[in-house]
Design a protein around this ligand. Structure first.
Ligand code: ATP
Ligand code: MG
Length: 359
């Protein structure tokens, strides 16, 4: 299969996020009018070197974790939507004459792609989509979004799915999928009120990423290598703990017991990076007013973090629960979903691809 960045319709599928610290599975079903229900989810930890910088290093470990996640949820579905990191995808918007037929459009796209993609076209998966018409487009033209990724990035994921007895039918760009989940959580399909800017901050294992959304589009992103793993390493050092014990201790960390101040120092570091990123954002746009901060990623639940960021930015900071607007299958009601939900944004966005007629 190809890079199905824009697959128009897919068979029933679940979302499968292969991240640095875990394999994450989310299955959604349609519920009521335009609503969804969380049917199943799983978070299956991965050993430290299994996935590095989005690349799958230890295939057998990852396959085993995927199988465990599937088994644990009891899902019957075998089709999956997976993501490739945005860093592995090149995107470009081009303008073409409007109303081209399919083969003329393909010709245009390949011609353009050949000029700016630094790889031979045989080595890349190429996909494209005509974007909705904007009033700013010249008459008689259309805007086309092209996305290209080296085949190896897609193929390694497709192979993991295969080896786990699954079939990857959608391979999306992670940032697109994540954005879909965020917009749903905010109950804003595409239109955002006038010129509001929302700051989304993901704090994962190794990195934090700050992006600014306006009109449902990402207009600014900045990444910094700081994540929960930094805090775990610091706790190992300060308290002489094994990685596993430090990881456990971190989950029960209470600001009142933070005698060595490791949590406070980490939070301060994060806040400083948020401030720095926002300075870059403010320098890059005319109207840099911010309405709201949305926090997600596995480390966003650290106690005190949300408040510290809100205080520094001077607007409210919300912890994103991608399932907040969804119904919950009865069998899940006893599980501590709120605690893990902010780390399931990408898996949820991938699972939403089940319902996409088109983006
Ligand atoms: N309850 C919790 N309290 C504190 N930290 C947590 C908690 N749950 C998870 N974390 C931390 O969150 C981090 C993992 O975050 P996340 O799941 O977003 O990363 P990932 O998706 O595996 O990595 P990436 O997206 O960067 O490839 C780890 O450092 C983990 O220790
Ligand atoms: Mg992740």
């Amino acid at each position: 299969m190809g890079l199905a960045l824009f697959t128009p319709s897919a068979p029933p599928l679940f979302g499968l996020d292969i991240s640095t610290t875990a394999v994450k599975l989310v299955e959604l079903s349609a519920h009521g009018r335009r609503g969804y229900k969380l049917e199943r989810f799983a978070l299956e930890p991965l050993p430290p070197q299994a996935v590095v910088d989005g690349g799958i290093q230890q295939v057998s470990e990852v396959v085993a974790a995927v199988k465990r996640a599937v088994q644990q949820t009891g899902t019957r579905l075998r089709h999956v939507a997976m993501g490739v990191p945005a860093s592995a995808v090149i995107t470009k918007k081009i303008i073409t004459p409007a109303n081209l037929d399919a083969s003329a459009l393909a010709f245009h796209v390949e011609n353009e792609a050949d000029q700016y993609i630094p790889f031979a076209l045989e080595e890349v998966h190429l996909d494209y989509q005509v974007l909705p018409h904007q009033p700013t487009h010249p008459e008689g033209t259309q805007e086309v979004l092209i996305a290209a990724t080296q085949k190896s990035h897609v193929d390694e994921r497709v192979e993991v799915a295969d080896s786990a007895g699954l079939k990857a039918v959608v391979v999306d760009m992670e940032s697109f999928a994540q954005q879909a989940a965020l917009l749903h959580a905010m109950q804003m399909d595409h239109a955002m009120p006038n010129d509001e800017s929302w700051v989304c901050i993901e704090i994962g294992a190794n990195a934090m990423e700050l992006s600014v959304m306006r009109h449902g589009e990402v207009i600014f992103t900045r990444q910094h290598l700081l994540g929960g793993q930094t805090l775990t390493a610091e706790m190992q050092k300060r308290y002489g703990l094994s990685r596993k014990d430090a990881e456990q201790a971190k989950r029960n960390l209470n600001p009142a017991d933070d005698v060595a101040g490791v949590l406070a120092a980490f939070i301060q570091h994060v806040v400083l990076e948020v401030q720095r990123a926002l300075q870059f954002f403010q320098a890059s746009v005319d109207d840099a007013r911010i309405q709201q901060v949305m926090l997600f990623g596995g480390s966003s639940v650290l106690p005190g973090l949300q408040e510290a960021i809100a205080e520094r930015v001077g607007v409210g900071a919300l912890l994103v629960d991608p399932f907040a607007m969804m119904a919950l299958a009865p069998r899940l009601k006893r599980l501590p979903i709120a605690e893990v939900a902010p780390g399931l944004v990408l898996a949820c966005g991938l699972a939403l691809r089940r319902f996409d007629a088109f983006r």
